[in-house]
Design a protein around this ligand. Structure first.
Ligand code: 7TS
Length: 415
């Protein structure tokens, strides 16, 4: 499947790479609408993992044998590929492999935050932050004495940029914002936020967990200081994430974990650190996962990130259209016609989100119900939970129709 410029996705052909989508439960073919939680893994990526273990498997300390050298080269090249994919011109030196977005957040919070923050300093987040960022910076605030402030979210699920300008001040040392909300679907103006942060001498960390899989991302155009994402949300395996960091910042930072592989010279008294990015990858790293993630990037690039983005926006608009046919459904986030990523969270008046997801499951429609790791945002919305449908490259309008049929059935059951 080769990329054509600006072409609709050939979903039928794409689906052939995902045998899991053929699974049936009680005679119904699965409709997988839980892609914001994790995406499925296409055959070429599964094959890359199997091929690595069958033919290359070795540790990557640049051992003096062929297998180790081959594994090392593939693993190092994977860093370059991921760096290029998110627009980092510094290559591998600016791309650290972590376990996931959560670990990327913790890496910066501990390695940078613990050393740089103190009483009187401020950390600015948004009210729509995922717990990965919210809890991490909240706790670093408690440890260091730095205050945490939140940029308000308005009624349509957008950031209040006037409020952002008010609360980002010369006391702000770190602004941590998500690029795309996993609950509201809002695409935040992270480039504008980076400008505001930098005008006040603050750094900006962007959580790209819901952006990198779904749209072209250019960390340098945004001017992000740090940018994080997860492999399992972009057709890659679990157990790997990425952290982009500007080279000079990563160089200045202390390591996050200590141990083997991340050192240059060790004596009984002192240690010095390896080059970037290995300084931040202590112990045996995520070798198979890294190589497979590079394969996932090839797959995404073949489809074309613009094409993927358009496909998802169309599915989200269709879902929103169909859901707004009913006046007992409340949809969260930007209204129809406004920019929105490929997910829709909602509630049906008469049915708790968990019951709804459970009935949808009876129809083999996989959605997520709960707080989506945004409890404070749900408190603000005045609900304990919401149902969420999230789309990816293999989803179709017909699958959204199955979602609507399932909602109809739930409504009837609870009437
Ligand atoms: N940031 C955002 C915006 C996310 O959506 C998620 C995961 C994370 C961070 C954490 O990613 P992880 O790979 O470290 O777990 N979000 C979701 C979700 O919406 N449903 O399940 C996981």
């Amino acid at each position: 499947m080769k990329a054509r410029e600006s072409a609709p996705l050939d979903v039928e052909t794409i689906r052939e790479d995902f045998p899991i989508l053929q699974r049936e439960f009680d005679g119904e073919q699965v409709v997988y609408l839980d892609n914001a939680a994790t995406t499925h893994t296409p055959d070429p990526v599964v094959d890359a993992i199997a091929h690595y273990y069958r033919h290359t498997n070795a540790n990557v300390h640049r051992g003096l044998h062929h297998l180790s050298q081959e594994a090392s080269i593939a693993y190092e090249d994977a860093h370059d590929k991921l760096a290029e994919f998110v627009g980092a011109s510094g290559g591998r030196e600016e791309m650290v492999f972590t376990k996931n977005t959560t670990e990327s957040e913790n890496l910066v919070a501990y390695a940078w935050g613990l050393n740089e923050l103190g009483p009187g300093d401020e950390i600015v987040l948004t009210e729509m932050e995922h717990h990965a960022s919210l809890v991490t910076w909240q706790q670093i605030g408690k440890k260091t004495g730095a205050d945490v402030k939140y940029i308000r979210v308005d009624e349509d699920g957008r950031l209040d940029m006037d409020h952002a300008k008010e609360i980002i001040t010369d006391d702000t040392e770190m602004v941590s914002v998500l690029h795309v909300s996993n609950t509201l679907g809002t695409v935040n103006p992270v480039g504008d936020l980076a400008d505001i942060a930098h005008d006040h001498g603050s750094l900006i960390f962007v959580d790209g967990a819901q952006a990198v899989p779904n749209q072209p991302v250019d960390v340098e155009a945004i001017d992000a200081d740090f940018y994080a994402f997860s492999g399992h949300k972009m057709l890659g395996p679990t157990g790997i994430g990425g952290l982009y960091g500007k080279k000079h910042l990563l160089e200045e930072m202390e390591p996050f974990n200590y141990g083997g592989m991340m050192i240059e010279k060790v004596t009984y008294e002192e240690s010095s650190w390896h080059d970037l990015p290995w300084k931040f990858e202590a112990g045996t790293p995520v070798i198979a996962q890294g190589i497979a993630l590079a394969e996932a990037v090839d797959y995404l690039e073949d489809l074309g990130m613009e094409n993927i983005q358009r496909h998802e926006e169309q599915l989200a608009a269709y879902a929103q259209d169909r859901l707004t046919e009913f006046d007992d459904i409340e949809i969260y986030g930007p209204p129809v016609g406004e920019e929105r990523a490929g997910l829709v969270a909602f509630n049906l008046d008469s049915v708790h989100a968990h019951d709804l997801a459970s009935i949808l499951n009876d129809f083999a429609v996989a959605t997520r119900a709960g707080d989506h790791c945004t409890q404070p945002l749900h408190d603000k919305l005045g609900v304990a939970a919401s149902a969420r449908a999230s789309f990816y490259v293999y989803n179709t309008r017909e699958e959204i129709d199955r979602l609507i049929d399932g909602i109809d059935a739930a409504r009837e059951l609870f009437a």
